[in-house]
Structures are given as structure tokens and as C-alpha cells.
Design a protein around this ligand. Structure first.
Ligand code: ZN
Ligand code: ZN
Length: 145
């Protein structure tokens, strides 16, 4: 489990270092994503309990774009219709399941199998800030009916 309060503080600090004015909405956005078990769509974010009274969808969208531009967030997903957003956290990697029909994204809830390979590759290639992400594709249970 991650400490959401501390992680939010760190994100807010990084916003300040990047010249962004810290806002209540920003703080609520970080908390919402940190508490979520999976990446979220723009609709889910703007309708979430923490954000829906805080700001409208356009404001959430602008905020997300800004956080992507300074490298704190990223967009995932197969197409525009199903764009999911997630936080980029140092030292925390995530692997994903993506449905090729509806575009939904889930996080893989299993120990990651490739850390040993990652170590080997890091050593062999001399890369720094090494990380990986795995994407598994298929048809989700909802789309099989
Ligand atoms: Zn699906
Ligand atoms: Zn992994």
C-alpha cells in the first residue's frame, strides 16, 4: 500500500518545482488517482467524489494536460474514446490488462514476473532510470457476451 497523503505531498512539491500554482483541485486529483485501483478516464475523474464539487470537466481536463506536460501523469489506452490517465511514480511500476474491444484498462494484480530480466538488462545496457511496463491485450469478460 502506498501512503496517499505523503505521495500527494510529493506530487504537490514536484508541481511547485515545475512552476505550477498549487490548487485544491490538484491535490484532490492526486488523492483520487492514488486511491484508485486502476487508471481513470476523464469522466471518472471529473465525476469522482473528491473532484465533482471541486471543478468541472474542462478544468479537470486542463489540469490533466498540464500534469502530463510536466511528466507527472500519462495517458494510456488504445484510442481517444477510451483514454485512461495514471500517475507516473518513481520506483513504482505497473503492468496492465487492456480490452481490445471496449478499451478498458485494469492493473495486473499479480507479482511482476520480469524484475530479474530488468536487472539483467540494466546491467547489460548501462541504462539509467530503468523501468518497464507490460501490456496484456485481450477481450474482457463484459465484451465476451
Ligand atoms: Zn471490454
Ligand atoms: Zn512489471
Amino acid at each position: 500500500m502506498i501512503d496517499t497523503i505523503n505521495a500527494t505531498k510529493e506530487f504537490m512539491q514536484r508541481c511547485r518545482e515545475n512552476g505550477l500554482r498549487r490548487t485544491k483541485a490538484m491535490e484532490q486529483l492526486f488523492l483520487t488517482l492514488l486511491e484508485s485501483p486502476r487508471p481513470m478516464t476523464l469522466n471518472e475523474l471529473s465525476q469522482s467524489a473528491r473532484l465533482n464539487e471541486q471543478c468541472d470537466k474542462a478544468t479537470v481536463f486542463r489540469l490533466v494536460q498540464r500534469l502530463i506536460s510536466i511528466g507527472l501523469m500519462r495517458r494510456l489506452g488504445l484510442h481517444e474514446r477510451a483514454a485512461y490517465f495514471t500517475l507516473l511514480m518513481p520506483n513504482k511500476h505497473q503492468d496492465y490488462l487492456i480490452c481490445t474491444d471496449c478499451g478498458s484498462i485494469e492493473q495486473v494484480e499479480a507479482p511482476c514476473p520480469v524484475h530479474k530480466l530488468e536487472d539483467e538488462l540494466r546491467e547489460k545496457t548501462g541504462f539509467r532510470n530503468f523501468y518497464h511496463e507490460l501490456f496484456f491485450f485481450g477481450t474482457c469478460p463484459c465484451c465476451q457476451v
